[in-house]
Design a protein around this ligand. Structure first.
Ligand code: 4FD
Length: 223
């Protein structure tokens, strides 16, 4: 898998160096290319944004650097080109699994306030949001998206690629987990988990998943 990121803040992607994703990069399990959109600005001051037509607050990324950068990085349009914005279709785990099957992904991040609509119309395949809130930069959304996708690249997670038996894979939230000691600050691990009775453990976990989903995410039970 090759992930190309277009950004005005290339240094933000250094966080990956100190994480599971950094280990995966060292092992060359996938490729992460970071491109500074500003390098493609033909403006004499290397500007990448301008005032919005029709007025209003904020600045909008101009089409020239965006269009030049996207088509320099992906000249044959081999990548799925994604623009991160609060207006996009909301990301969920089903979408993450779908994206993890692409060989080539391009993530476009358009500064603080958005980009000229013609870039989306000309050059972008999908507009994605990671949730209903606003960030200072789409790069935070990109970091989240990359992490969620790369978990599915074979070899990135340890031994048991534990992408199956967790929250969302069965439409419910994950059951409570316990490890040693058997008692901590007066709180005991549920007896059934120490019993070795696999069918009872399975039933306990199923019921626990259901209860936590009902409490925290009743919307998931309707689906
Ligand atoms: N919820 C998200 C993505 C980007 C972002 C931006 C228009 C602001 C939240 C386009 C306005 C981009 C998200 C940058 N905030 N901020 O995925």
């Amino acid at each position: 898998m090759i992930i190309n990121v277009l950004t005005l803040f290339p240094e933000m992607y250094k966080v990956f160096d100190s994480s599971i994703i950094g280990k995966a990069l060292e092992k060359q399990l996938f490729t992460l290319n970071i491109t500074n959109i500003r390098d493609y600005s033909l403006d004499k001051h290397k500007r990448t944004d301008d005032y919005p037509y029709g007025g209003g607050v904020g600045m909008i990324m101009t089409p020239q650097p965006a269009h030049s950068a996207i088509n320099a990085v992906d000249p044959e349009h081999k990548a799925l080109r994604i623009y991160l914005s609060p207006k996009g279709k909301k990301l969920d785990q089903t979408k993450v699994v779908e994206l993890s099957k692409y060989e080539n992904i391009l993530l476009f991040n358009g500064g603080y306030e958005g980009i000229d609509q013609r870039i989306i119309d000309l050059d972008i395949d999908e507009e994605i949001s990671i949730g209903d809130y606003i960030l200072t930069s789409g790069d935070y959304a990109s970091l989240v998206l990359i992490d969620s996708i790369v978990r599915f690249v074979p070899g990135v997670l340890g031994k048991l690629d534990s992408t199956e038996d967790e929250s969302f894979s069965n439409g419910l939230l994950e059951y409570a987990q316990y490890t040693r000691p058997e008692e901590f600050c007066g709180l005991k691990v549920p007896d059934v988990l120490l019993s070795g009775h696999h069918e009872n453990i399975r039933k306990w976990r199923e019921e626990n998943s259901f209860q936590i989903t009902k409490k925290n995410r009743p919307d998931l039970l309707k689906k």
